[in-house]
Design a protein around this ligand. Sequence first.
Ligand code: GLA
Length: 385
Amino acid sequence: MSLASAVKARFHTEFGELPAFIVRAPGRVNLIGEHTDYNDGFVFPMAIDRAAWIALRPRADNRVLAISIDMGDRREFALDDLPRPSTVDWIDYLIGVAWALQGRGHALRGWEGVLSGDVPIGSGLSSSASLELATARAFHAVSGFTWDAAAMALACQSAENQWLGVNCGIMDQMISAAGVQDRALLIDCRSLETYSAPLPPSAAVVILDTNTRRGLVDSAYNQRRAQCEAASRHFGVAALRDVERKTFERRADELEPLMRRRARHVISENKRTLRARAAMDAGDAAALGQLMVESHISLRDDFEVSSPALDAIVDCANAEASCYGARMTGAGFGGCAVALVRAQSAGDFVERVQACYRAATGNEAILYITAASRGTETVYPQASN
Ligand code: GLA
């Protein structure tokens, strides 16, 4: 049963009628442009065909009642008395989004509904962003405020930063909000302007989940952010996005080696991401794949956010003749890699990489061939976006 049918059927069981709305918001995979978003730089993700879904109806009062199929749990809260999170639980994402939307002046109505999702939790495919955006869309459906993808992404990011205490950039929320079917989205993380480009016709995108999750990702992530901020202060600019490659090369010696490597990654990754746009526009899968290979090396050696498992799976992927290029994706330290693969060989690629990774690490990888999907939407009734 599809998730749309699952949330609809459960809604009917719980509330004795069909839902007034069904909304969905996708997870994402980033093709290139890693650890650049919080440097005001460029990212090139796509929304994937896995998403969070909510079937709902408005309530007459100001309460939200949410039933999670996946968590086997039902929770309720009042919009005029939002409980601050103690330990972060699934309902806190909904509460945080309500907080952020109200803080932006939206008058929210209550709703009740059923949630489910198939973005794997904690694997780096942005299950949190998908839950946040689906929640924002549910509030939009019942409250009727204007939907602006960038504004909604910013609200959801602030829920994550300020309500849940997770320091993320804007990429995940922005692509979940604004994804385009069959296209990847180049996002300027300073202006939030987007440019969509079709994936090369000969290529399939494969997600390679190492099935490893590392603790301390948050502290390592925050440390990288602090290092980038220190490097941008050194150059006297607002963000590393503003440092030209030539300036960097001329002045690189002023930085101590670790800081130099961190800055070099961000500056070169922004360049690669813009070059990826040209490759994508030309339908040149080989050129795009090569940029992905270079991105991984830079993340591994200069930014130091890869892991032995990620390196192993990327090496397995890149060893395949059918692979244009592979790299780690997302924050790093575990989780997923992404590969651009000749579409006609994708099935074979999946089997061979699984075997190679098993031989190299003794672990089982989970691989998905994925399609670029639409961003956050109301699926029923079909509404204007
Ligand atoms: C995580 C964050 C994003 C981004 C990536 C790294 O996914 O949520 O904002 O910084 O890491 O590119």
